[in-house]
Each structure stands twice: as structure tokens, then as C-alpha cells.
Design a binder for this molecule. Structure first.
Ligand code: UTP
Length: 291
């Protein structure tokens, strides 16, 4: 039996330059899809996967994220006074329990690998999940839950993967693929942001990971990779062949909410999936499509 995944890291230290001006004073991760900030979708996905401790790697100007996950006594009292009890119950449902959340700052946005390294003392010596809030997934079963179930059988490192168009390989970490077993794909190699002609496949890593703590020994070296950043994938590569390492083809649709068009599409898809507003949104979208 593998050690259960109890901790998750949420790297939210990035600048979100693709989403300016919205992200000038507001964290990208607080952008709402319909009525919920991206980071709350990620937190609830982790909760659904049985995660017990939540570590946020923040940066300057990200205070709204801490406030969002705190109790809000004034708001709670007002909702109670106005008998808005359903809203109050919903508000309290997902707020993490005291002492289960930690925040640490990435003083400079030096890359995803560096952000994960900043959380090393909170994770210590156990496997952990990493969730990138700007990769939003609409699925029947939360993506990380799909992965932790598979992880219970195979252990090791696991990354969520999906097929992408060959001309887009330079946006992703791309797998070199071994044996396939249902949704599990054996990882033979991994290359960060390859040009289409150099990509070993079109199977791309997206923002859900289960990682063994040995990765910190590699991240310690702070090697600079693609784009001049410390890449997480570069520290996963030396672990290939040392332990089980799988890509997991998750069920669901992923939206790149760090990109304006991807974010817009996510809003349409999530609104259409909502029973309270889906039918009305469908009518509106159909009307625009006619024009
Ligand atoms: P992105 O590649 O989307 O970078 O990061 P970014 O800086 O947030 O956005 P752009 O490209 O400038 O628009 C993917 C994830 O990794 C986190 C981001 O917050 C995001 O969740 N990240 C990235 C960090 O926490 N620290 C970093 O140094 C870089």
C-alpha cells in the first residue's frame, strides 16, 4: 500500500501577464468562472480527493487569496441577521479548518519548480499533490480524485496528461510514452516546451501532479530551464526509471484559464453545466451564434 496523499501545494506566485490588465492588482487565481474564483475550484477539488493540508505559495499582491480562505465574521453575522441561511451554510462548507492552511511567499516568480521548492518545509518527507488553479477541469469525478485512486494502485509520480495539437507542444511538458494500461501511461521521458518537430509525442502534462518528496533534492539545484525559469518537469526527469512514473489520461475537459480565450470558454462551459442558469445561457449563446 502506498503512502496516502494528504498534502497539496497550490503555486499562486505567478504574475499572470497574459491576463493584464485584470491581473494588475488582483491575483489571476481570484478571477471567477461564473461565480467562483479559480483557486476555490482547485481547493474544493483537493478536498474531494481527501487532501487534509493545503499549502499556498503566494507572492506580492496575492493577499485576497488568504482573505478568501479565512472566516468572515461580519459577512457571516449579516447573512444570519438577514436569514440567508443557505448562503451562510454554503460559505462555511468549503472554508478550510483552522490550522490546515499554510501560506508561504515565493519572493520572486522564478518558475513553477521554484514555487514548489518554496513549500518544501511544509511537505517534508511525504508524497504531495500540486494543483495549478488556472488549469480548470470540468469532469464527472474531480481530476485529482481520479488520480489519487489510480495512485493508490501504482504509487510513484503521476502527472495528468491530455493530447494536444502538435503545433501547441511548445506550451507544455511533453511525454515520451511507454506501455499504456487503461488511463495510465508509462512515462519514459519528459521534455519541457519542445518545438513541434522535436516533440516525442503530443501527450502534454497539465496542472495536476502527485510527486514523491525526493523531487526536492533535484529542485535544490535550482537549474534554469526553458524560458529562463526553474521548471518543475526538469526535476521530475531524473526520477524516471527510479520509481513508478505515470501519465494519467483524466476524464474531463480542461480549460486554460491563464489565457483569455480559454477563460472565456470555461465560463461558457461551466455556466451551461449549471442547472440554475444553463438553459438561459444556452439561449443567449445560441442567439449570439446566429448573428
Ligand atoms: P504560468 O505559466 O501560467 O505563469 O504559471 P504566470 O506567471 O502565472 O502567467 P503568465 O504566463 O505571466 O500570464 C502556471 C502556474 O504556476 C504558478 C502560477 O501562479 C500558475 O498557477 N507560478 C508560475 C508560480 O507560482 N510561480 C512562478 O514563478 C511561476
Amino acid at each position: 500500500m502506498q503512502t496516502r496523499v494528504r498534502k497539496a501545494i497550490f503555486p499562486v506566485g505567478g504574475l499572470g501577464t497574459r491576463f493584464l490588465p485584470a491581473t494588475k492588482a488582483m491575483p489571476k487565481e481570484m478571477l471567477p468562472v461564473v461565480d467562483k474564483p479559480l483557486i476555490q475550484y482547485a481547493l474544493e477539488e483537493a478536498q474531494a480527493a481527501g487532501i487534509e493540508e493545503f499549502v499556498f505559495v503566494t507572492g506580492r499582491g496575492k493577499g485576497a487569496i488568504e482573505d478568501h480562505f479565512d472566516r468572515s465574521f461580519e459577512l457571516e453575522a449579516t447573512l444570519r441577521e438577514r436569514s440567508k441561511l443557505a448562503e451562510l451554510e454554503e460559505l462555511l462548507r468549503w472554508v478550510p479548518r483552522a490550522g490546515t492552511v499554510a501560506y508561504t511567499r515565493q519572493q520572486e516568480p522564478m518558475g513553477l519548480g521554484h514555487a514548489v521548492w518554496c513549500a518544501r518545509h511544509f511537505v517534508n518527507d511525504e508524497p504531495f499533490a500540486v494543483l495549478l488553479a488556472d488549469d480548470l477541469i470540468l469532469s464527472k469525478q474531480p481530476c485529482l480524485k481520479q488520480m489519487t485512486e489510480a495512485y493508490g494502485r501504482v504509487g510513484g509520480n503521476m502527472v495528468a496528461v491530455m493530447d494536444v495539437a502538435r503545433e501547441h507542444t511548445k506550451r507544455y511538458g511533453i511525454l515520451s510514452v511507454g506501455k499504456e494500461n487503461g488511463p495510465l501511461v508509462e512515462v519514459k521521458g519528459l521534455v519541457e516546451k519542445p518545438k513541434p518537430e522535436a516533440a516525442p509525442s503530443t501527450l502534454a502534462v497539465i496542472g495536476r501532479y502527485i510527486i514523491q518528496p525526493q523531487v526536492f533534492a533535484h529542485l535544490d539545484k535550482k537549474a534554469i530551464g526553458a524560458g529562463g525559469e526553474i521548471q518543475l518537469t526538469d526535476s521530475l526527469i531524473p526520477m524516471i526509471g527510479q520509481m513508478p512514473f505515470h501519465g494519467y489520461r483524466f476524464e474531463g475537459q480542461r480549460f486554460d484559464c491563464g489565457d483569455k480565450v480559454g477563460f472565456f470558454e470555461a465560463n461558457v462551459a461551466f455556466a451551461l453545466a449549471r442547472p440554475d442558469m444553463g438553459p438561459e445561457v444556452r439561449r443567449i449563446v445560441q442567439n449570439y451564434a446566429k448573428g
